[in-house]
Design a protein around this ligand. Structure first.
Ligand SMILES: [Zn+2]
Length: 479
């Protein structure tokens, strides 16, 4: 899979000895300088943007929409055809709401029209081909600007600042990265550029979790950057073993999975600090974060244009009613996502947060493809399904997939093959997943024609059949 070199990933691909040497040299340099100008400019803009009055935000949204819609119209076959069909003129856009005359798109539309949706040659140096491996069980491939990570990191760190995070503070990260054991057998790796301590979320046995906790206690005032399921596993472990949480953890930033209120409360009690959550997508459509005082999500005004639509496609404006999150992203100018249905649903709260005064759409209870399903390793530890969401070419030519597990340490990956799928695809899937799973779980691949939905019509990512009590917790349930 093609991936442009950026400041954020250049060190990740470097050999360990080089990382350490470069890391020592970089240690005194402030992180905002290491991350480059794009990052700094966005950070600076967001400092004031989050406090814009609604009218001010609308002006910027209108400008953002005009720019992305004009680009899509002028440079892509797909959107020109779509806009012409309804007589839509992007230059004549007078208010953000006028985009409602355009049809929405979903992941199927993207997959079918990929070649006609790009604004430039996808072989350009500054274009990445990326995927959201598993969301909704059907992999999605698309193209995006290589610079998107710096922009997104500016948004994320600006959001985390509301929980007290300061740039350059160490982070203890448990988010599905492949981390090999070091000489002492500790599954830990240090990224000196971002000052991130990565721990393996594929090796969450009691012994390893105990070592993670001991190590975290030595890295100074820090934040945990986690999936809700990985931090819940750590908190349960601490509670079960009667150990104290490290006192240097200043806050917990949990992303990429559904957040259960009971779980948040339990984790906050165990760690004795704030649990803070952000909502976003690999597709870079909408980004929302909690604030200093409240746990509802505040939608960033200029990351993209946000809509919340009911079953009939009408905007939800009544507090307490639910709608699907639909977004028009401003960051990806290689392949515009215009009125993209995310498949995530949320409850509308207000257009202003009473607690902090920010004039932004406020939503809560986001539900959709973000689950907390887990696979159970041979030693009984849990492996979060989210960690197996591959952002590379693992699931290319796969239409849909699902894990099925009947016993610890073993699982069947059911695959609905796409066009041209063959033996070499099975080899690649087993190789790539095997690299992450590191013998914790033996995986066999089974080809099937379709994957049934649950009785409530939801996609199930892990058809978990290990009897209750077979693991530390009931898979997929909050604790
Ligand atoms: Zn607020």
């Amino acid at each position: 899979m093609k991936k442009a070199i950026s400041r954020k990933n250049i060190l990740q691909s470097a050999p360990a000895f080089l990382k350490q040497t470069v890391g020592r040299l970089l240690e005194p340099v402030p992180v905002q300088w290491l991350l480059g100008r794009t990052f700094r400019e966005h950070r600076e803009r967001l400092r004031s943007a989050q406090w814009w009055k609604a009218e001010e935000a609308r002006k910027h949204q209108l400008a953002g929409l005009r720019a992305i819609l004009a680009l899509a119209y002028e440079r892509t076959i797909f959107y020109r055809r779509q806009f012409d069909a309804v007589g839509f003129q992007p230059h004549g856009l007078q208010s953000p709401e006028q985009i409602r005359s355009l049809p929405t798109v979903d992941r199927n539309v993207i997959t079918e029209n990929l070649a006609d949706m790009c604004t430039k040659s996808v072989s350009a140096r500054d274009v990445d081909q990326i995927s959201t491996g598993g969301t909704s069980g059907s992999p999605l491939y698309f193209y995006a600007n290589a610079s998107r990570s710096a922009v997104e990191y500016a948004y994320l760190t600006s959001s985390w600042a509301r929980a007290g995070y300061k740039l350059g503070m160490p982070m203890a990260v448990l988010r599905g990265r492949v981390v090999r054991a070091d000489r002492d057998g500790l599954y830990h790796e240090y990224d000196p550029l971002l000052r991130h301590h990565h721990y393996s979320s594929f090796h969450m046995s009691d012994e390893n979790m105990g070592r993670y906790i001991e190590h975290i206690a030595t890295i100074g005032p820090c934040y945990l950057h986690v999936y809700p399921s990985t931090v819940a596993a750590l908190a349960r472990f601490l509670r079960r073993t009667g150990r104290q949480a490290p006192a240097n953890v200043r806050g917990i930033i949990a992303e990429s999975e559904i957040v259960y209120p009971e779980q948040r409360q339990m984790v906050e009690e165990v760690f004795g600090c704030r649990y803070f959550s952000c909502y976003g997508h690999t597709e870079k459509i909408v980004l929302a974060a909690e604030c200093e005082h409240a746990t509802d999500y505040h939608v960033w005004p200029i990351y993209g244009y946000f809509e919340l639509l009911d079953e009939d496609g009408q905007p939800v404006t009544t507090p307490g009613r639910r709608g699907e999150i639909v977004g028009t992203g401003f960051i990806n100018t290689v392949m515009p996502f215009i009125r993209y249905r995310t498949g995530d649903w949320a409850t509308y709260v207000a257009d202003r947060c009473e607690a902090c005064g920010r004039e932004q759409p406020i939503i809560r209870d986001i539900r959709g493809h973000r689950t907390q399903e887990v696979l159970i390793a041979a030693d009984g530890s849990e492996i979060p399904w989210t960690a197996l969401n591959m952002h590379d070419d693992t699931f290319v030519r796969v239409r849909q997939f699902q894990f099925m597990q009947k016993m610890r340490g073993k699982a069947v990956l059911r695959v609905v093959p796409g066009k041209g799928f063959g033996e070499h695809d099975i080899d690649r899937i087993q190789r790539n997943l095997g690299r992450k799973l590191d013998s914790q779980l033996m995986l066999s691949v089974e080809l099937i024609e379709s994957i049934p939905l649950s009785t409530t019509g939801k996609v199930i990512y892990v058809d978990q059949r290990i009897p209750q009590g077979g693991s530390a917790a009931v898979p997929g349930r909050p604790v």
